[in-house]
Write a protein that binds this ligand. Structure first.
Ligand SMILES: CC(C)(COP(=O)(O)OP(=O)(O)OC[C@H]1O[C@@H](n2cnc3c(N)ncnc32)[C@H](O)[C@@H]1OP(=O)(O)O)[C@@H](O)C(=O)NCCC(=O)NCCS
Length: 177
C-alpha cells in the first residue's frame, strides 16, 4: 500500500472512483457525478492553488483504492482545514481509511494547520467512527438538513481542535493485509 500526492495521470481512475462513491449517496463532498473534463479542470485548479489544498491517493494492487483531500478555509478562518476522504468499496474495513486520514493529519500538521473539520451525514456510521477514532468531536448538527428521497436526516460537523498541541495522540493505523 502506498499513499502519495495526486498526480495528473490519476485523474481518469480517480474520476471513476469518485463517481462510484457519489452513487452510494452518502458522500458529503459531492452530490453529482462529474465528467472526466470537469475532473481535469478541478485538478488544474488544485495545481494553481496548491497552497490551500492537499490531495492524496492510496494505491493498492496498482490501482487507486482511496482518495483524501483537505482544503484550507480563507480569511479569518485560514487556520481551519476541511477534509474529505473515501475508500473504494472492495477495499474497505482493511485499515486504508485510517492510513489515509492519519497521513492527511500528518501533512496538515506540517502545514501548521490548527483545526480540522469534516461534515458527515448521520447515517454514515463508518465515517463517524473513523473520525472519532482520530479524536474528532461532534460540534454541530443541522437537523433534517439532508433529504434523501422522502427521508430527512441530519448532517453533522466534526471538529478536531489543536491538532498541533503536543498532547495530540497520533493513532497508528493498523493495516490489514
Ligand atoms: C469511511 C471510510 C473512508 C472508512 O474507510 P475504511 O478503509 O473502511 O476504514 P478503516 O478500515 O480504516 O476503519 C476505520 C474505522 O472506521 C470504522 N468503520 C469502518 N467501517 C465500518 C463499518 N462498516 N461500520 C462501522 N464502523 C466502521 C471503525 O471504527 C474503524 O476502526 P477500527 O477498525 O480500528 O475499529 C469508507 O467507509 C468510505 O469510503 N465510505 C464512503 C465514502 C465516505 O463516506 N466518505 C466520508 C464522507 S464524509
Amino acid at each position: 500500500m502506498e499513499i502519495r500526492e495526486l498526480e495528473k495521470k490519476d485523474i481518469p481512475e480517480l474520476n471513476k472512483l469518485l463517481n462510484s462513491i457519489v452513487e452510494e449517496g452518502i458522500y458529503f463532498a459531492r452530490n453529482e457525478k462529474r465528467t472526466l473534463k470537469e475532473e481535469k479542470n478541478l485538478f488544474e485548479t488544485y495545481l494553481r492553488k496548491k497552497n490551500g489544498k492537499l490531495m492524496f491517493v492510496c494505491l493498492k494492487n496498482n490501482e487507486i483504492a482511496g482518495f483524501s483531500s483537505a482544503t484550507r478555509k480563507q480569511g479569518k478562518r485560514n487556520h481551519v482545514w476541511e477534509i474529505s476522504y473515501c475508500i473504494k468499496k472492495e477495499y474497505r474495513k482493511k485499515g486504508l481509511g485510517s492510513a489515509l486520514l492519519s497521513k492527511l493529519l500528518d501533512h496538515l500538521r506540517d502545514k501548521d494547520a490548527e483545526q480540522v473539520i469534516a461534515w458527515v451525514i448521520e447515517i454514515n456510521k463508518p465515517s463517524i467512527n473513523l473520525l472519532n477514532k482520530y479524536g474528532f468531536e461532534e460540534t454541530g448538527r443541522i437537523k433534517n438538513g439532508i433529504k434523501i428521497g422522502e427521508n430527512y436526516c441530519d448532517y453533522i460537523l466534526f471538529q478536531k481542535r489543536n491538532i498541533l498541541a503536543k498532547s495530540t495522540k497520533k493513532t497508528s493505523p493498523n493495516i490489514k493485509k
